[in-house]
Design a binder for this molecule. Structure first.
Ligand code: ZN
Ligand code: ZN
Length: 267
């Protein structure tokens, strides 16, 4: 069976602790057949532009060595998780074109050029207003970033809300989410099921099931599952749950990527 973790960070990302080799060894021990490393690139990250900068020449050379070393045990894909913001499109396109990535996750870690880990984005808005505005940012990104393969943790905003009840109720955002999903589907882009919610105590995957199901209903085919692990212990965390949700949503396949081209693998 195709058992692949398509969202992993190493200590090339400043917020992760394990080396690439430690992550690969742990993935092999967990029985994974494939992994995609997707360290962070976040240009113009509000408050601090220096924390997410990686030396990609070094990155590719380190990973090529590890790929060769472990080629009989596991398929290793070299990817990236890019923080999308409308105003940095040229910089991102230039970066993507420069390196031979297998796989690209585009994610929203900011909205309206604000850091979502701080309250500023939320303080003057109700929950529905803030979450809707976040999705408007994602829609704008979905329309212009045609070179990403999947949009990461699509409803992540609920992790950062400052409200008494931060839960996101799908029915409040049906129209805007449909627009995002349709924009992605139109150009062969997908979504991921990100299981990191479990380690943050949210007891859910991102995005929630209704959104995964709706993506499929609208004709979406490209789906990956990723733990977003920043250390070895969380590799493939809650993948049973994620696989079941994928099947329940109607997916018979997950997507593997090589040179950013999709290949469908039965689940
Ligand atoms: Zn992310
Ligand atoms: Zn991530």
């Amino acid at each position: 069976m195709f058992f692949a973790d398509y969202h992993l960070h190493t200590n090339f990302s400043s917020d992760a602790v394990a080396s690439p080799e430690e992550m690969v060894k742990a993935a092999v021990e967990k029985g994974l057949s494939e992994v995609a490393f997707t360290d962070h690139v976040d240009y113009d990250y509000p408050d601090d532009d220096s924390i997410f900068m990686i030396d990609y020449d070094k990155y590719f050379s380190v990973f090529e060595d590890i790929k060769n070393c472990y080629s009989d045990k596991i398929n290793i894909k070299i990817g990236v998780e890019i923080g999308l913001q409308e105003h940095i499109k040229d910089r991102i396109e230039e970066f993507i074109a420069k390196y031979p990535f297998d796989f690209i996750i585009g994610s929203s870690h900011c909205a309206d050029r604000m850091n979502l880990m701080k309250p500023d984005f939320f303080v003057s808005r109700t929950k529905v207003q803030a979450y809707t505005r976040f999705f408007e940012n994602e829609l704008a990104n979905a329309k212009i970033y045609e070179n990403i393969n999947v949009y990461g943790h699509l409803d992540y905003i609920s992790r950062y809300g400052i409200y008494e009840d931060n839960r996101l109720f799908y029915s409040d955002y049906v129209e805007i989410l449909d627009e995002i999903l349709k924009a992605l589907i139109k150009t062969g882009r997908g979504i991921e099921i990100n299981t990191s919610g479990y380690r943050y105590g949210m007891n859910t995957v991102y995005p929630q099931f209704e959104i995964i199901k709706r993506y499929k209903e609208l004709g979406g085919e490209i789906l990956t599952i990723g733990s977003d692990a920043h250390s070895t212990g969380y590799i493939a965390d809650h993948f049973d749950t994620a696989l079941n949700l994928a099947k329940e949503a109607g997916f018979g396949y997950l997507t593997s990527f090589a040179g950013r081209k999709p290949e469908f693998k039965k689940i």
